[in-house]
Design a binder for this molecule. Structure first.
Ligand SMILES: [Zn+2]
Length: 452
């Protein structure tokens, strides 16, 4: 049993003082406000809930910083970046994936994420092409080693485009038949321990046929699990979808499927006014990934119109060009400020923008990852982040503005400790397995460099 005495804690109804948490079997067994510390308590500063990283491709952590050189043709875009990503995807085997994903997950924990939804379509191990599930097992062991709470999202990928029913040669490490995919999903459900949630996903409308998507949606509906897919990230996809289906992607999805609260649409960048309103009213969550969307030149999500119609959001670090939830929230707001030439855009419920962004991402991330509870509460999983009260970022801030400081001050994060499932994963601002993770990550990259 672990006992934590926090000077302050952000609870579902706001900040509380002198909060004592008793943790047993990975859960908060009791929570007392206005308490006194007992001799064996771990004394900490301010405690906040950890955020969910609602959209991750862990293997792409190895690509960060490697695609920032202009190509000889000078026409760089999402599609030229994708060629580089395919090169990496073709050589990452299960051993390398374990090391890369573990490093990404350790970095997530150290920056204040406590859970991740891993959108996983790298199903084939190039060293062991006949093995069915080694890449899935790599993700699970990386999550276990790092301590992060995992929602595994197996993702179906079957074709090169709307008019091309076969995968291209470089997509063969992702592609499988719908029957093989559903069998993989069933094995993932059967073989995951209690610590892993299993959701389901389709890569995108261009990569999955209407018929296969119907089968995936049936599984999600029957099991009442989250369903994730990329949608409307790039203008080219809008044009192709209009050509093939006669509708914009989000509009087509809303007309053909029962899009509801268990759906997580990733990006949804390019929507017209009516699509934005209809998607907001569906109850679905949109996973926004501002650092990746900026890096890839995707475009800007119509955030204010979406939120003002009741839309729900989560955040993700997607390609891991950056792993910092507060930076994602900051750039989510900054994109809107730059586009509208105004300030404090996401202030529909609360005049404090940082607090509103954080609480929206907390609720949306919990929904997208299938978590049963939101925030720090009795009987909830013992997942939380301890902030260092002595950090200059928080000096002079009170309960009103503490989350604004976290989101909008671009200084090193004051994350002192992180607990997931009752275990301390980060202590004194360092992941408890940092050195081994770094060494094995560097070795994996050196090995991949030799293979590429
Ligand atoms: Zn993605």
């Amino acid at each position: 049993m672990t006992r934590v005495f926090a000077r302050k804690a952000l609870l579902p109804d706001g900040w509380a003082d002198d909060v004592r948490l008793v943790i047993a079997d990975g859960r908060i067994a009791s929570l007392e406000r206005g308490a006194s510390a007992a001799p064996d308590d771990t004394l900490v500063g301010s405690v906040i809930p950890g955020l969910c990283n609602a959209h991750s491709h862990a293997f792409q952590r190895a690509l960060a910083g490697h695609t920032e050189q202009r190509s000889p043709a000078g026409h760089d875009s999402f599609w030229t970046w994708r060629e580089r990503m395919y090169e990496l995807a073709g050589v990452v085997d299960a051993k390398a994936l374990t090391a890369i994903a573990r490093q990404a997950y350790c970095e997530m924990l150290a920056s204040g994420y406590t859970s991740v939804a891993e959108f996983h379509y790298l199903h084939r191990d190039p060293r062991n092409p006949d093995a069915e599930d080694t890449m899935f097992e790599a993700i699970v062991s990386a999550a276990e080693d790092s301590g992060i709470r995992l929602t595994y999202v197996p993702v179906h990928y079957e074709r090169a485009g709307f008019d091309d029913p076969e995968p291209a040669p470089h997509q063969r490490s992702f592609a499988m038949t719908i029957d093989a995919f559903l069998a993989h999903h069933a094995r993932a459900v059967a073989n995951s321990g209690a610590a892993v949630n299993v959701a389901i996903g389709a890569h995108s409308l261009r990569a999955v046929s209407h018929e296969s998507l119907q089968e995936i949606v049936r599984v999600a509906t029957d099991a009442f699990i989250p369903i994730h897919l990329h949608v409307a990230e790039q203008q080219r996809e809008i044009d192709q979808c209009m050509g093939a289906y006669g509708r914009r992607p989000v509009r087509w999805l809303l007309e053909n499927f029962p899009v509801a609260a268990n759906w997580c649409l990733v990006h949804a960048t390019h929507m017209d006014h009516d699509e934005t309103e209809a998607l907001a009213k569906s109850g679905a969550v949109v996973a926004l990934c501002p650092s990746t969307e900026a890096n890839l030149g995707d475009g800007l999500f119509p955030l204010h119109h979406y939120l003002s119609n009741g839309g729900r959001i989560a955040i993700g670090s997607d390609s891991h060009i950056s792993i910092n939830p507060f930076e994602e929230l900051r750039w989510l707001e900054y994109g809107q400020r730059l586009a509208s030439q105004s300030r404090n855009v996401v202030s529909l419920r609360d005049s404090h923008v940082g607090r509103e962004l954080f609480l929206r991402a907390l609720e949306g991330g919990a929904a997208a990852s299938g978590q049963e509870t939101v925030g720090i509460n009795e009987n909830a999983p013992a997942d939380f982040v301890v902030l260092c009260d002595d950090d200059p970022m928080l000096a002079g801030h009170d309960d009103e503005s503490r989350l604004d400081a976290l989101v909008f001050s671009g200084y090193p994060l004051p994350v002192e400790r992180v607990m997931v499932n009752g275990n301390w994963c980060v202590v004194d601002a360092v992941h408890v397995d940092r050195d081994r993770s770094r060494a094995e990550y560097a070795a994996a990259l050196a090995n991949l460099g030799a293979m590429r």
